[in-house]
Design a protein around this ligand. Structure first.
Ligand SMILES: C[S@@+](CC[C@H](N)C(=O)[O-])C[C@H]1O[C@@H](n2cnc3c(N)ncnc32)[C@H](O)[C@@H]1O
Length: 284
């Protein structure tokens, strides 16, 4: 890294910036795919209207230079809508934070792989693979863990916090087949041996996953069970100095509850740092 010129560094950050912009379709106009059934298109429209209404105060924020931003960009800044085409729904701020986490573990030589549990179209994992490529890391893997069929039907008998969650409702939207996620990696030229897939329910795939150590653990499974199961299985493998990232901590109560329970049970007191008013992280 020390032999890089200033120009190399600029090119690298320009590449990663372009990746983030493209993965979120930042400021771009998306069309709902014409082949989607009308029901799905209407569902997206309704969900997005609801999200905008719920988070109107955040969308009204001004930019640091005091100018209001166009609403489309603000939505993608905070990951507040469900994109029709973009490969991730987590928005620019959480993507940028994820990039910084990966860059930090590389710079500090924190051992371990990069894992996301709950990947949807794969965009956040694609960015993690792009960071490894940009820094010439050929040792670490990106683990892509998902059912590839959406959320499980909530098991309220076992996980009370999931009582009001209707995972089955979203299976058509949140269930993205593995072939499609692989094709998304392929489109960016980033599908190779450093990308490993763990298809199936977390409770079945994570406890015996062949992952030795983890440097970045990103959880984005929405339900209590989809946060507590990855924490139980993978947090013990997170290296000291590694990052634990929780998407939706501030907006989904079951998700926050799982994190609170896990941290209390294991006496974790590392400070929880807010990312964008939605996601959080802490460093082990
Ligand atoms: C909100 S989406 C993830 C968004 C994604 N991180 C992004 O960058 O856009 C939630 C994902 O979690 C997956 N999921 C939720 N619970 C799961 C579980 N228990 N086992 C496996 N996959 C799960 C769903 O299939 C879905 O792809």
């Amino acid at each position: 890294m020390s032999s890089l010129t200033a120009n190399d560094r600029d090119v690298r950050s320009l590449y990663l910036d372009l990746m983030r912009r493209n993965l979120t379709r930042y400021g771009m106009h998306e069309r709902m795919p014409a082949q989607w059934p009308l029901r799905r298109r209407l569902f997206f429209k309704t969900m997005n209207r609801m999200l905008v209404r719920t988070h109107a105060h955040r969308l009204a924020d001004a930019t640091p230079d005091g100018l209001p931003q166009p609403i489309v960009r603000r939505k993608r800044d905070l990951g507040l809508d469900w994109p029709a085409e973009a490969e991730t729904m987590i928005g620019m701020q959480r993507l940028t934070s994820l990039q910084r986490c990966v860059e930090t573990v590389l710079a500090d030589d924190i051992p371990g792989d990069l894992v996301e549990c709950g990947v949807w179209r794969g965009g956040a994992c694609i960015l993690m693979r792009a960071v490894l490529a940009a820094y010439g890391d050929e040792k670490r893997c990106v683990w892509v863990a998902d059912s590839f069929q959406g959320l499980p039907r909530p098991d309220a008998a076992k996980y009370k916090a999931d009582k009001w969650m209707r995972g089955d409702l979203f299976s058509g939207i949140l269930g993205v087949p593995e072939t499609e996620v692989r094709a998304n990696f392929e489109r960016y030229g980033l599908l190779d041996d450093q990308v490993r897939f763990l298809p199936g329910w977390f409770k079945d795939t994570l406890p015996d996953a062949p992952i030795d150590r983890v440097a970045v653990l990103r959880l984005d499974g929405d339900l209590y069970e989809s946060n507590i199961q990855p924490l139980d299985a993978l947090y013990p493998r997170l290296s000291p100095g590694g990052f634990c990232i929780i998407d939706d901590y501030h907006v989904l109560e079951p998700c926050r509850q799982a994190v609170t329970d896990y941290r209390a049970k294991h006496g974790i007191s590392a400070e929880i740092v807010d990312i964008d008013g939605i996601g959080v992280l802490w460093r082990k």
